[in-house]
Design a protein. Structure first.
Length: 67
């Protein structure tokens, strides 16, 4: 599955790389919300996908810090 591959890729990254990935995902979410507010967004399901990816990244960061 696509999400399993994404999580495996995240697990291989270092903490600094995960933080960069988190910042990029949050910027993307901001841009998607902005496009949605101005009625320029065609694929609204992308917002949900990016939110879940942010949660996945934060979960892995927490797991690595607790380990």
């Amino acid at each position: 599955m696509k999400t399993n591959k994404y999580v495996e890729d995240l697990n291989k990254k270092s903490a600094a790389e995960l933080n960069q990935e988190l910042v990029a995902a949050k910027k993307e979410l901001f841009n998607l919300r902005f496009q949605n507010a101005t009625n320029q967004l065609t694929n609204t399901s992308r917002i949900k996908e990016v939110r879940r990816n942010i949660a996945r990244i934060q979960t892995i960061i927490t797991e690595k810090s607790n380990a």
